[in-house]
Design a protein around this ligand. Structure first.
Ligand SMILES: [Zn+2]
Length: 318
């Protein structure tokens, strides 16, 4: 049985305490931040054995979470501005580790970067102002900001939080898809008050409207949306924050993981690339459509092929 630093035994009802994986990064506030520093603390879970800190939400909740990147021991957790300074140091460290992975994620970054360029140009009327209410421009700007935020969160090792934002991008993407296949529905959405929007144009209703058309122009499908809601947005009794599938380890605070970063950037680039194709078509950015198609075909994976087919059809029907 593992002993805490105070010598207390781990209560039986807390269940097994996992050993921190080899990738667990510990940073003590008492130690100066050194670039690339990696310290391993096999006793770093000792606070879970503290009988004065019972699990508040069920016996498995705290004892299954790994050590935050910014903390070394439970006795060394700073408060106030010192805590925030530690958060920033930890995020900078994770960002540096993520940067080393980016060389092998060229395909995702090419697609994402080109798609973001297109969205930025449309959102800011960079090439041409089409006048009117600038609704598409505003939606493009919202997607751009969400995507940039999701990218930053992914580089910071906050993968669940990044995927939460990607879910929001999926909602907007479906609304823009609806504008392609159902002009009447979009006109109604534009003219609707808050109550009508909630009643008739929630995410489920928009997917239902899209599915009336065959084949359905769904960028965020039912299954995709359900997974993102269940795992990364809504809390359930089984919620484990920032769970890294490869190690079955949850994390409080950001923690770098190459596979998780790759997965998140794959999701982000696919959904942003798909909606960017439609936006490009609306804004006559044919050169960027060609560029996105070229990137997808060059780096073709099954999911990117699906996205490309969907987006190409979206662009054709816009
Ligand atoms: Zn304008």
């Amino acid at each position: 049985m593992e002993e805490s630093e105070a010598g207390a035994s781990k209560p039986e009802n807390l269940g097994p305490v996992p050993t921190p994986g080899p990738g667990t990064i510990i940073r003590s506030f008492s130690q100066p931040a050194t670039p690339g520093e990696r310290l391993f603390a096999p006793k770093c879970l000792s606070h879970r054995a503290d009988p004065l800190s019972p699990a508040p939400f069920g016996r498995k909740s705290p004892c299954r979470q790994s050590v935050p990147v910014i903390l070394s021991t439970c006795m060394d957790i700073p408060t106030g501005t010192k805590h925030l300074e530690g958060v920033v140091r930890g995020l900078i460290d994770i960002h540096q580790q993520s940067t080393h992975d980016l060389a092998m994620l060229t395909a995702e970054r090419e697609l994402l970067g080109t798609s973001l360029s297109a969205l930025y140009q449309v959102a800011t009327c960079h090439r041409k102002c089409f006048g009117g209410g600038h609704v598409l421009e505003s939606l493009s700007g919202r997607i751009y900001n969400l995507a940039v935020s999701a990218y930053q969160l992914a580089l910071s090792g906050l993968y669940d939080e990044s995927l939460n934002l990607i879910r929001s991008i999926g909602e907007i993407a479906n609304l823009i898809s609806l504008s392609v296949v159902d002009k009447n529905a979009l006109s109604e959405w534009l003219a609707s008050d808050k109550q009508t929007r909630i009643r008739k144009f929630g995410p489920v209703k928009i997917r239902a409207l899209l599915k009336k058309h065959d084949p359905a122009l769904l960028i965020a499908t039912d299954d995709w949306y359900a997974e993102f809601c269940e795992k990364y947005t809504h809390v359930t009794p089984q919620t484990r924050p920032n769970l890294h599938a490869a190690t079955d380890q949850a994390h409080v605070g950001g923690a770098h993981n190459t596979k998780e970063l790759q997965r998140v950037l794959g999701e982000l680039s696919t959904i942003v690339g798909s909606v960017a194709m439609i936006v490009c078509k609306y804004a006559d950015l044919d050169d960027l459509i060609d560029e996105i198609v070229r990137i997808v075909r060059k780096n073709g994976t099954e999911s990117s092929d699906d996205a490309a087919q969907l987006a190409t059809r979206s662009a054709r029907e816009s």
